[in-house]
Design a protein around this ligand. Structure first.
Ligand code: SF4
Length: 266
């Protein structure tokens, strides 16, 4: 997929670099993933599906307190015990089965060793993970990137929304289309993918809300190509261009708003 900007590769790279450095300067390093061991990262990636991170973190904490952050103990626990421990994460029956599926896969394909799993080429592990019931691309990539240090960008809803609004791709871009653009235009560095994804999530949470983005307060406002007026579309990502302002072309930013205000104030 070509970027929606102008198809110019170096411009896309420059734009991504500007966005990354601006967010890093504004928010600082995010220190993701907040986990002590790799199994904890994997469980967190599964548990945070369709729920806020704080709920997943609570479920992980309950597993830790029960001494279950261990492959053998987790595998031998009854399904009902697992369900009860992860209940705060929501969809706990489904998620308990997904954890079980993952543990069974780890045992049968990699002898129960995460080291063996992550020594296998990333593309192969990704295919295997995607074949497991309950694991989609976002969770598989979070496992590969954050637990395995593999270069798969987690092109989740936050990343897609922020970068679509900055014309890196169309608002309707799929997960894999967005990921492809990022893989083509970013240096293949797991540390960079890790930090950039975390920063985009932060921008999405703080400013780039699904329905009404708060561009005026956002550090990325200077990089908008034109002023947008938010309106929800079928994906909740799109903006509509505002009606043309007579005598004004290009981007209409805070400066114009100030000018308009002083004009009205006389
Ligand atoms: S809030 Fe506005 S400026 Fe900030 S990332 Fe979203 S679209 Fe860009």
């Amino acid at each position: 997929m070509r970027p929606a900007t102008n198809g110019n590769e170096s411009e896309t790279r420059r734009q991504l670099r500007r966005i990354y450095t601006t967010l890093l300067a504004a928010f600082g390093p995010q220190g993701w993933w907040p986990a002590r061991i790799r199994l904890e990262v994997i469980l967190g990636a599964i548990l945070t599906q369709n729920t806020a991170w704080k709920n997943a973190a609570l479920a992980v904490r309950r597993l830790r307190q029960a001494g279950m952050l261990n492959h053998e103990k987790l595998s031998s626990a009854s399904l009902s015990k697992l369900e009860s421990l992860i209940r705060p994460a929501g969809f706990f029956r489904q998620k308990a089965r997904t954890i079980r599926n993952f543990l069974r896969y780890l045992e049968t394909s990699h002898g129960g060793s995460l080291r063996a799993m992550f020594s296998t080429p990333g593309e192969k592990v990704r295919r295997e993970l995607l074949a497991l019931k309950g694991l989609g691309p976002e969770t598989a990539d979070a496992i590969l990137l954050y637990a395995g240090g593999k270069t798969f960008f987690v092109a989740d809803a936050y990343s897609r929304r922020v970068l679509a609004r900055h014309d890196l791709w169309k608002p309707t871009a799929t997960y894999s289309e967005a990921q492809q653009v990022l893989h083509e235009h970013l240096p293949g560095s797991a540390a960079l993918f890790n930090e950039f994804h975390a920063l985009l999530v932060e921008a999405g949470k703080r400013y780039c809300k699904r329905e009404v983005p708060r561009c005026e307060a956002c550090p990325l406002e200077p990089f908008l190509n034109h002023r947008h007026v938010a309106r929800p579309d079928h994906k909740g990502f799109a903006f509509a261009k505002p009606p043309a302002v007579s005598g004004v072309s290009g981007r209409v930013g805070p400066t114009l708003k100030r000018m308009e205000l002083s004009h009205h104030l006389g």
